[in-house]
Design a protein around this ligand. Structure first.
Ligand code: GLN
Length: 422
């Protein structure tokens, strides 16, 4: 637990993580993966939870510095790199974005085109890895390693033993690759694609690392600990969307209903989940359920989501941005005072609140004026700005002038004329 006095006030978060650890540590259901023989050596008693906020603060409990291999947790990051290289349209031609509803190693290919259903299952991940720009397996993997290191904020290394172990036994993935090669879905030689894919799966991380990686996704693609922009914002959104619908294999639908956080699990026992604009969480516990997800990590995420109201679709009741409306009075303009982050719904409420002012203007001779007081507004979304500009244009037609007052002159509505504070 933290001893830094400045962080005492955040201790409840570490207490909550520690409680989850204690609650589920005795749960010994599940089996440690053994289809990659080297993974069977993991200690089933390990359990770590690490959380990194988008401000870059870290909270942890348990075994958060035990190394394990990423396995499928590498998939969203490699997909992100391929998306950054080619763009969404070109990627959708090669790998779909539909949940397969099947096991991660199933032959989930489009019957007509051979295109894999999504990049979070093995078939789609093998094609994604083959699409990362680079001259051959070596160069492609180095780009992957560098990008994933950017997400983690430290240099990630290959676990050579796990890599060799999968190389020696991963024939099902080879078979998938041959099948996709035969239909043209895989554009490079099987050995090359498999080498890159097995290497990305064997990158060694800790729960702390995958928490930072999740926090980077939660923070629009910019690592909140190092400040490095790792992927473009639009790619970040696309990756989180695919994680939300496909990240937990054939339990993705139930996961979205119950937990409601974009997530990705791996057969080594890691699970990364994130809450957009809030935090990333990394969990590690090797015993897996029948679908290949870590038993303790899944239980802990369910509780965390419920206890902290984290479901993506949970929306707390919102405040109206309208602080006050001063009606026009003789020569004095009407003043609409707003606050907070003004988005689409906020702008809509602000515009509706003007109905009595418009009724007043209709009954009184002009000239009329409306002032938007933005002193307490922190941001205006582009859609809201466009709505206020349209309002200004409409009012101008009926001879009403709309101006903006902001003592800090932040040009939040740069297209509208400024006025001294009302
Ligand atoms: N390397 C593993 C495989 O391809 C990754 C699978 C997983 O983590 N679900 O089988």
């Amino acid at each position: 637990m933290s001893t830094d006095p400045r962080r005492q006030m955040f201790e409840p978060i570490e207490v909550a993580l520690e409680e989850l650890r204690e609650r589920y540590l005795p749960d010994d259901r599940g089996e440690v993966a053994d289809d990659i023989p080297e993974l069977a050596k993991a200690d089933p008693g390990h359990f770590g939870l690490s959380l990194v906020s988008v401000d870059g603060h870290r909270y942890r409990a348990g075994d958060t510095d035990v190394a394990f291999t990423m396995q499928s947790i590498s998939k969203p990051f490699v997909y992100a790199l391929a998306l950054a290289d080619h763009g969404l349209e070109a990627m959708l031609d090669r790998v779909g974005a539909e949940p397969s509803g099947e096991a991660y190693n199933a032959i989930s290919l489009d019957p007509d085109t051979g295109r894999p259903d999504n990049p979070m299952i093995n078939a789609g991940a093998i094609v994604s890895a083959s699409l990362v720009a680079g001259a051959g397996a070596e160069e492609r993997f180095e780009r992957i390693r560098t990008t994933l290191s950017g997400f983690a904020g430290r240099d990630l290394a290959l676990d050579d033993r796990v890599y060799r172990s999968e190389m020696a036994t991963g024939d099902r993935n080879r078979a998938l690759a041959y099948l996709m090669r035969s239909t043209g879905a895989l554009g490079c030689p099987v050995d090359e694609a498999i080498e890159v894919y097995f290497r990305q799966c064997a990158l060694s991380v800790t729960a702390d690392d995958i928490a930072t990686m999740g926090a980077t996704l939660a923070n629009n693609g910019e690592n909140p600990v190092t400040g490095q922009r790792v992927i473009p914002e639009e790619v970040d959104e696309q990756v989180m969307a695919v994680m939300a619908t496909c990240g937990m294999y054939d339990s993705s639908g139930e996961w979205l209903v119950r937990v409601g956080l974009p997530a990705k699990s791996g057969v080594a026992g890691g699970l990364m989940a994130l809450s957009p604009a809030q935090f990333g969480i990394g969990l590690y516990s090797p015993p897996l359920d029948a679908k290949g997800n870590s038993v303790r990590a899944v239980e802990a995420c369910r509780d965390l989501s419920a206890d902290f109201s984290l479901h993506l679709l949970h929306r707390p009741a919102r405040d109206t941005p309208v602080v006050s409306l001063r009606m026009p009075d003789n020569d004095e303009p009407a003043v609409l005072c707003l606050r907070g982050d003004v988005d689409f719904v906020g702008a809509e409420q602000a515009l509706r609140s003007l109905d009595p002012v418009e009724a007043h203007w209709a009954e009184h001779p002009g000239p009329h004026e409306l002032v938007l007081d933005l002193a307490r507004v922190s941001s205006v979304e582009p859609v809201a700005a466009a709505m206020f500009e349209a309002l200004a244009a409409g009012l101008a037609e009926s001879g009403v002038r709309l101006s903006v007052a902001d003592p800090r002159r932040r040009a939040l509505l740069a297209e509208l004329p400024e006025r001294e504070a009302p």
